[in-house]
Design a binder for this molecule. Structure first.
Ligand code: FES
Length: 138
């Protein structure tokens, strides 16, 4: 007579719990990826009257020079605080004191060691507007 394999009650509970946790993790990853994709596709338009130097907006800032306009996220690369303070072209994070060069996004003083994330900023000839997307530039 053939012996049947049986699953204990505890094994069954562990398997079901693992499956449920895996499903929850998969759903969480899908939702956060969807939110990121949605955010990356948002467009913000600015006229040609952008002032020289830094202009803060909620999630990003523009840095205009005579020859260019660049956009960077205002999210500090140390722990994610929003940066909204500057002196000249020096950005200051008020959480732990990191400082960044506004024109390049490079850190000048820690604890942050990574540069601010530059995002897409292009001039649209058809509308004569600057178009900013929260999409990171590689
Ligand atoms: S979050 Fe900006 S310095 Fe810590």
């Amino acid at each position: 007579m053939e012996k049947q394999k049986t699953i204990t009650r505890n094994s069954f509970i562990h398997i079901v719990t693992g499956l449920i946790l895996g499903l929850v993790a998969w759903i969480w990853i899908k939702i956060t990826n969807f939110q990121t994709e949605q955010e990356n596709s948002l467009e913000f338009r600015h006229g040609q009257d952008i002032p020289m130097g830094i202009s803060f907006f909620e999630k990003y800032y523009l840095y205009r020079t005579k020859n260019s306009v660049r956009a960077f996220l205002t999210k500090c690369t140390h722990a994610g605080c929003r940066i909204n303070t500057s002196t000249g072209s020096l950005l200051q994070c008020n959480c732990h004191g990191s400082q960044f060069d506004a024109e390049t996004g490079k850190p000048l003083k820690g604890p942050a060691i990574k540069p601010l994330q530059e995002i897409e900023c292009k001039f649209d000839n058809a509308t004569s507007l600057w178009v900013v997307r929260l999409k990171p530039i590689a």
